[in-house]
Design a protein around this ligand. Structure first.
Ligand SMILES: C[S@@+](CC[C@H](N)C(=O)[O-])C[C@H]1O[C@@H](n2cnc3c(N)ncnc32)[C@H](O)[C@@H]1O
Length: 470
């Protein structure tokens, strides 16, 4: 693959609007906003990893590719790598394959589990032990014990997801895994089970929501016919086989220092990390685009024991990206040791002219918005990302680099230059923004917005920030 970093970059298209705070901000970053033709959609998305050993187990479509991460770590000459939004662990596992210690923070337990499974398979877990456990699991499912206490306790958004027989098989699997003694084997088997839930269900992940086959008994507006569904045991056996096939290749290519996995929110976990601990951050936060991880991964969360209340709490704890998220400022103040620092971060957000410009425009036409909570979404998102950027400014040592993949968004025809706003925060938190690379093709707007505001692409970008000497 051609390297991303050479001179073959073009200046970004001209600012679309003039005489505004957003135009001013774009002018300030104009020389650093560059179209990078090597930066493809495949590289910045899970597409590049979907057939890759280990990464093909649990399809975490929100992920990026190992090829992208490798280039960033090489460019940053990383020796201590961090990903505060670690997802299924692409960054930390790539670092591991390069022999580099890494730390990943992820709030969804299924992301951490997926990454741990790959890390354990690559580091020492014997294939024979996994094979024996896999066979024992399939036997336990076939034996069909009474496992009522392990039956899924559905949340409102998952009721009816599985045929009755499938539900019983899942309960048997949960019972078997819950009683296992070997700690490294349980994540492997759980990941295998999690990875087939969608396939054996009446649902399909579809962008923001689950789509439903009417056989679920739910009232559905859009018809989905999934055809004959495999049994849980059949789908699981196929996945377990694939995992066994991947073992030798993982051991060959990924063996390295076991990453540190932290399951929790970066909004509080970053605070616990040492100042100057890292020299390379490779990450992709949630985008400010209303995407709800707790809906997309509702089946997996229920499998892991989350009930309605816990799913709602998790939705609130995630970085705000949905219209349901409430403001976290008060909660952060209560949890934060250094309240004056936090006040400074909030001030930085409240004084960010381009952000305030969009918020004012949206407030002025709130009555016309299909959902006026997009205003709080944007405010919350930028506030929380400011906290993250502030903390990155502390944990990254001088000369260290941050590489961040993110998309801009547009609401009611108003472009929100997330790339420029976050890069402005970065420059106020001890970084120099070295580049904002844009993909050659941005993202089209939604059909609703297209009808009203015409087709205008929004930037998909990777930012590079360098920590300046103190
Ligand atoms: C775009 S995905 C990152 C995917 C990752 N790069 C990969 O390759 O798998 C963003 C991730 O941030 C996680 N996330 C959201 N809010 C978080 C928070 N407050 N703390 C830590 N992780 C969070 C989401 O669960 C999601 O996995």
């Amino acid at each position: 693959m051609q390297t991303l970093f050479h001179d073959d970059v073009a200046p970004a298209p001209r600012a679309l609007h003039s005489g505004s705070a957003r135009a001013d901000l774009q002018r300030r970053f104009a020389r650093r906003l560059q179209v990078n033709p090597q930066l493809s959609r495949k590289l910045v998305s899970y597409q590049g990893n979907k057939g890759a050993v280990g990464f093909r187990w649990l399809k975490y479509k929100e992920g990026f590719s190992t090829a992208l991460v490798r280039q960033f770590i090489e460019r940053g000459q990383g020796t201590q790598v961090l990903d505060p939004f670690s997802g299924a662990g692409t960054t930390v596992l790539t670092a591991m394959s390069m022999g580099i210690p890494a730390t990943g923070i992820e709030i969804l337990p299924l992301g951490t589990l997926a990454a741990q499974a790959v890390a354990y398979a690559a580091n020492g877990l014997p294939l024979a032990a996994f094979r024996a456990a896999a066979h024992a699991l399939l036997d336990a499912i076939a034996a069909g014990d009474h496992a009522d206490e392990y039956a899924l306790k559905h949340a409102a958004i998952t009721k009816g997801a599985f045929p009755a027989g499938t539900g019983r098989e899942i309960a048997n699997a949960r019972k078997f895994i819950a009683r296992m003694a070997e700690p490294a084997l349980a994540p492997m088997l759980n990941v295998a089970c999690l990875s087939v839930l969608e396939e054996v269900s009446y649902t399909r992940k579809d962008g923001q929501f689950l789509r439903w086959d009417p056989r679920s008994g739910r009232t559905v507006s859009t018809k989905l016919n999934k055809g004959p569904l495999p049994s849980f045991a059949t789908a699981l056996a196929t996945r377990l086989q694939q995992m066994m096939q991947d073992f030798p290749l993982l051991k060959e290519h990924y063996a390295g220092p076991l990453p540190t996995f932290i399951t929790g929110s970066s909004l509080t976990e970053l605070q616990k990390l040492d100042t100057g601990q890292f020299d390379c951050v490779v990450t992709s936060p949630p985008y400010a685009n209303r995407y709800d991880y707790t809906r997309t991964y509702a089946l997996e969360l229920v499998y892991l024991g989350y009930d309605d209340v816990q799913i709602k709490a998790l939705r609130q704890a995630l970085l705000s990206a949905t219209v349901e998220n409430r403001c976290k400022r008060a909660g952060l103040c209560a949890a934060w040791g250094d309240a004056p620092a936090l006040e400074r971060v909030f001030r930085m957000v409240d004084q960010q002219a381009a952000l305030q410009e969009v918020l004012t425009i949206l407030r002025d036409c709130a009555a016309e918005l299909s959902n006026r909570n997009v205003i709080t979404l944007l405010e919350n998102y930028c506030t929380e990302m400011a906290v993250i950027v502030h903390e990155l400014g502390r944990v990254v040592r001088a000369g260290g680099r941050v590489f961040m993949v993110n998309d801009n968004v547009r609401y009611h025809g108003e472009e929100v230059p997330v790339d420029l706003i976050l890069s402005d925060f970065a420059e106020q938190c001890g970084f120099r923004c070295a580049a904002i690379w844009m993909l050659q093709r941005g993202k089209g707007n939604s059909s609703q917005q297209m009808g009203r505001f015409g087709r205008r692409e929004i930037r998909k970008c990777v930012y590079e920030w360098v920590k300046v000497d103190e």
